[in-house]
Ligand binder design. Structure first.
Ligand code: SAM
Length: 176
């Protein structure tokens, strides 16, 4: 045992303290999002967890709108949710995805032991007939924060990320 050693979690790794904008408000690199749009041949129409300075789609819901209480119907949805409340966002996606044109969610890839992954992702992902596929990303994402002075390597949390992609068979992100 290392006496007197206190491991310090990166703020984005702390899951139980409730949502805090100074911690959760980390924007995805816009180039990463447009890379996905290019790949799918479609642009996202709605960012369901955003603020005006970090929205990644023309329409967006902020904390004040509460994207968890809104309809996502008819939209091609981008979601990088507050990492303090992942369970609620994955649950909401399961409730909404069939009415959308697809949902892409960016999440930390280092929490497969947690309830949201075990109950809402693991039993369904990458199975024949399931709308949900997962893609574990290489390297570490760079996130941006309002007003933060960030070095050349960006604000990289000490974990990789995974994309959760809910697609509709005929009208989805990659569909004709
Ligand atoms: C991890 S950041 C994502 C920022 C950016 N939209 C992106 O895709 O990278 C999560 C954002 O969701 C916002 N947010 C927090 N709770 C929310 C809620 N209930 N409904 C909508 N947005 C919320 C936060 O203010 C923050 O800007």
């Amino acid at each position: 045992m290392l006496a007197g050693f206190h491991a310090q979690n990166h703020p984005q790794q702390v899951g139980s303290r409730g949502a805090l904008d100074e911690v959760d408000d980390r924007g995805t690199d816009p180039a990463f999002v447009s890379g996905l749009e290019e790949r799918f041949g479609r642009e996202f129409t709605l960012d369901v967890a955003a603020a005006a300075h970090n929205a990644r789609a023309p329409r967006y819901f902020t904390r004040a709108d509460n994207g968890l209480l809104q309809s996502w119907a008819g939209e091609r949805v981008w979601c990088n949710p507050p990492y303090s409340d992942i369970h609620a966002w994955v649950q909401k996606t399961w409730a909404e995805h069939a009415n959308t044109l697809g949902v892409v969610m960016l999440l930390p890839a280092n929490r497969p032991e947690q309830r949201w992954w075990q109950e809402l992702v693991e039993p369904f992902r990458d199975r024949a007939g399931s709308p949900l596929t997962t893609e574990f990303l290489a390297g570490r994402m760079r996130f941006s924060r309002p007003g933060a002075v960030i070095g050349p390597k960006g604000d990289r949390p000490p974990f990789g990320c995974v994309l959760l992609i809910w697609e509709q068979p005929f009208s989805g992100l990659g569909g004709a």
